[in-house]
Design a protein. Sequence first.
Length: 277
Amino acid sequence: MGMENYFAKLLLTSELDDPVYFAKVQQNIADLEKKRVAHFNEHGPMNQHYVLLMSELNMAYLEAKESEHELEVAQQIYQTNQVLHGETSDLTLEALLALGQSYLDNNQQEEAEGIASSLLALGWSEENGPAYDLYIDTLCLQGDIMHAKKEYAKEVVIRRHVLSLLEELSGSVSNQTIMARCALGFCLERMKNFREALEHYIVVRSYLETEPDFATEAELIGLMVHIGRCYRKIGNLEDAHVIYRWAQKKAEKQFGKASSLSQKMQRLMEMIEGNQG
């Protein structure tokens, strides 16, 4: 599973607004459910292949924003892993972490917090303790919980810590480090610390220019609008305007003028031009 996709938080409109995308997501769920039932009937649920199918289904429900189904599947994955691998296996802990995330997606913050606390209490520093990247993912879950509770001052401490851990472990330009930097920028923006948020967003943007497949077009447009907003908030209206204009053109070229994203960009442009006049 690994870290949440923090780029998705930058999106201006839901991709599910696009009927083609929506149909594709629903079809994917139907196909996976069919596979799951067939596998269950032939082999039962107590095997690794079933767990993999369920993990794909969990992701599909996440994409469809069907958080109750997502949570049900996450519970089954966790219970199956407990039986297959035991309580302390990394696979079981990873499933527990994913369950915490699914609780959070379903707005059950207390359950998510309970899981984060129990995971953080494990013997991470012990010789044969659980994998360290699980520890980092657990910290991210804790950050996500603080974000959901709008406790940004607590969240920002976690985000800075995660970023420095990842820079140490995997360097400053790994996918995970960039994702963590995006999460930090997003938190700082929420705290109205636009100057520092902007610094992080610009690093993320330059990374995405060298790794174009790492984010979707819609996520990149979202990032640019957040960058534009930060420029606007610190009083640099000219740069803000150039960036919004770029994002608007990109949205229209990529998704067509009638798309919900292009419509939203159009309204943003009108609002900004209105404010400047």
